[in-house]
Design a protein around this ligand. Structure first.
Ligand code: SF4
Ligand code: SF4
Length: 100
């Protein structure tokens, strides 16, 4: 379980990379780029997999830019921002009602 993002439980925000195993050439650039242990190298297939999705920093997409074969993708950023805004409104409403 990742750290909450501005008070929202991390697992409610579906923001993390996906790796296309067909495209991945196992170069390891993403592993080196990300300081958060999101990826792991599958020694058998020699491709990188996402092992800790909730460690990904919400709205970061840095690693995708380092992948020469464009194997890394993310959800739509604007849609994710809209979801975050709606989760925040929900949280604020709940806090006003319950005082917590
Ligand atoms: S940077 Fe791209 S090709 Fe290289 S290991 Fe990561 S996903 Fe695979
Ligand atoms: S987007 Fe950022 S935090 Fe997430 S996996 Fe890539 S480099 Fe790591």
């Amino acid at each position: 379980m990742g750290k909450p993002y501005i008070g929202i439980p991390r697992e409610k925000i579906p923001w993390f990379p996906e790796v296309d195993a067909e495209k991945c050439i196992g170069c390891g650039e993403c592993l080196e780029t990300c300081p958060n242990g999101v990826f792991i190298l599958n020694e058998e297939s020699k491709t990188v997999e996402v092992s800790n999705p909730s460690n990904c920093v919400v709205l970061c997409d840095k690693c995708a830019g380092f992948c020469k074969v464009e194997a890394i993708s993310f959800p739509d950023k604007e849609e994710t921002k809209r979801l975050i805004r709606s989760l925040l409104r929900e949280k604020d409403g709940h806090e006003r009602k319950t005082g917590v």
